[in-house]
Design a protein around this ligand. Structure first.
Ligand SMILES: [Zn+2]
Ligand SMILES: [Zn+2]
Length: 354
């Protein structure tokens, strides 16, 4: 399996971001990313997809879209669409029609910041997902780097702290979104978890001084998706896009906060004795099954089955858990960083069916 590093949910000058898509690719190259998935609000800028070569590092930029009904108040139900090649915002008023049309076109849909409470001190309203009468979407954004601000900030001083030192903010994906995800999984629905940065970069003026709050570089070093591909990227943008979208669709990926520690090399799979089932996969229950993990640095790991923690262990390196019952299994890893225990790695799920 080839592991690539991908940052998703990025805004550019075509909606409310600070940089152009090529400038964003440059920032991504400096941060060691392989792929960036763009998603401007209700617009699909044409002509930017492809590889950007910065000498020592090449970055594949793929345009997607973040779609919501702009006539709705407040403007809830933000949908991320990737693997698409045209604007779909005309369908924003009907989330199910949007999901169906994007699936028909071969694209992927992720519910963005499904829990996103109001933050009145900066005039931000609650933008949570509310229309749950939907089916057939690819997954949900388990962790949104910008939206976490709305959850962590209670007082004005915290807002100032996180604006200046955002590395203190990213703690873990909201419990509310994890609960939504676990409910879908426990009900047998295949829902892929994606990490999103929601990168904009917000210029703030303090007299003559301009500070770019939450710069792209901060986002690109923090919440990342490590995607596992069957083979190395070929350098052909269309071919590589297909392989990346297929791996995301299947959930062959995990989310990590790489500022805590590099999560390269993390693995979580089901060993059936005959084959290894990757994250996102499933297998029928029988005797002798084991879950196996490789943890690249010492961490507190929590194994969950149907949303309940069934084991907590300090692990560094390889670990195995015999599978005693059917269920949907996923792994969370925590490490200390900047004085606090933080969510570090969140695997996609493996289903063991009855
Ligand atoms: Zn949004
Ligand atoms: Zn966004």
């Amino acid at each position: 399996m080839q592991e690539i590093i991908l940052s998703a949910h990025i805004h550019s000058v075509y909606s409310d971001g600070l940089l152009t898509p090529p400038e964003i690719a440059g920032e991504a190259a400096r941060c060691g990313l392989d792929v960036v998935l763009m998603s401007d609000h209700n617009v699909f800028p044409l002509g930017f997809d492809g590889y950007y070569d910065f000498g020592r590092k090449k970055v594949l930029l793929l345009t997607g879209e973040e779609i919501h009904d702009q006539t709705r108040q407040p403007q809830k139900n933000h949908m991320l669409a990737f693997g698409i090649h045209q604007d779909f915002s005309r369908l924003a008023q009907n989330p199910q029609a949007l999901i169906d049309a994007i699936a028909e076109a071969g694209g992927l849909t992720f519910l963005a910041h499904a829990y996103d409470p109001a933050l009145p001190m900066v005039g931000e309203s609650d933008l949570s997902w509310v229309d749950w009468n939907i089916h057939g979407f690819t997954g949900l954004e388990l962790w949104n780097n910008l939206s976490e601000l709305k959850i962590r900030v209670g007082k004005a001083w915290q807002l100032a702290l996180y604006a200046l030192l955002p590395q203190f903010m990213a703690l873990e994906p909201p419990a509310q979104i994890r609960a939504i995800w676990d409910d879908f999984l426990a009900n047998g629905q295949r829902v892929v978890a994606l990490g999103g940065v929601d990168a904009h970069t917000l210029p703030q003026h303090f007299g003559p001084i301009q500070i770019n709050v939450f710069p792209y570089r901060y986002h690109f070093r923090t919440i990342r998706n490590h995607v596992l591909l069957e083979s190395e990227l070929s350098g052909n943008a269309q071919e590589d896009e297909r392989a990346i979208m297929q791996a995301l669709r299947e959930g062959h990926a995990f989310i990590s906060n790489d500022m805590v520690y590099s999560a390269n090399g993390f693995r979580f799979c089901l060993d059936t004795g005959e084959k290894q089932v990757e994250m996102g996969g499933s297998s029928v229950f029988r005797g002798g099954l084991a879950l196996a993990a490789d943890i690249p640095a010492a961490a507190e790991c929590r194994l969950l089955c149907n949303g309940k923690i069934i084991d907590r262990a300090h692990i560094h390196g390889r670990h195995r858990w015999p599978v005693a019952q059917p269920g949907v299994y996923r792994l969370e890893c925590y490490r200390r960083f900047l004085g606090r225990k933080r969510g570090w790695i969140f695997s996609n799920a493996i289903a063991v069916t009855p």
